[in-house]
Design a protein around this ligand. Structure first.
Ligand code: NI
Length: 203
């Protein structure tokens, strides 16, 4: 082994040790008794949007049932259809238990996702799935409440209506009172999602 290679390996090991040490230190300090936050308080809240029939709807209209909510856009080439298919698969696996769970798809692209476009799109997925859209301000507000990031990504010189939306891809399970129950990250398959929901709603 060349001397230079040795130096590089040793240097890499040192960085790794430092990183582990730093992470441990961070964990210790963050476990202190001073700051205690509950995820329940951080996700969700009051919103007013348009359903896929063009009617104004608020978060309270969803109370009484669990809500499985996901944010994306209908022009999404793969991430959104994949995730909505995963949600659909999970609800199918849940069978009768799914009666108590309302699947909801919220657009982060209100410019193109009109109620009519949303209605047509959600009909491809689990029966009864509700599509929500609204004004740019309404969408911005609800996305903030759910800690959803989104941003328009247009190519140079592309026509005005041809663009992609970068967006975070997280499924949230909200309780019948509208409070946050659990989140599922992108890549969770239908079986895991169904199991996670079952465990969560058992309490
Ligand atoms: Ni998407």
């Amino acid at each position: 082994m060349k001397k230079q290679q040795k130096i590089i390996i040793i240097a890499s090991l040192l960085v790794a040790v430092l990183l582990v040490g730093f992470t441990t230190y961070q964990m210790r300090t963050s476990q202190g008794p001073i700051v205690r936050t509950s995820g329940a308080a951080l996700i969700g809240g009051n919103f007013e949007l348009l359903n896929h029939d063009g009617k104004t709807i608020t978060n309270k209209d969803f109370h009484g049932k669990y809500m499985l909510i996901y944010f994306g856009y209908t022009f999404c080439p793969d991430v959104c259809p994949t995730e909505l298919q995963v949600m659909t698969g999970a609800l199918e696996l849940l069978g009768d238990k799914a009666k108590n769970i309302q699947p909801v798809f919220v657009s982060v692209d209100p410019e193109r996702d009109t109620p009519a476009v949303m209605k047509d799109y959600v009909s491809n997925f689990y029966p009864g799935m509700i599509g929500l859209t609204g004004s740019a301000e309404q969408i911005s507000k609800v996305a903030k409440l759910y800690r959803v990031y989104y941003s328009k990504a247009a190519e140079k010189d592309a026509p005005a209506d041809e663009y992609a939306m970068d967006h975070s891809s997280i499924v949230y399970l909200m309780g019948p009172d509208g409070s946050f129950v659990k989140h599922f990250s992108y890549g969770t398959d239908s079986e895991k999602l169904a199991k996670g929901i079952t465990t969560a709603i058992k309490g």
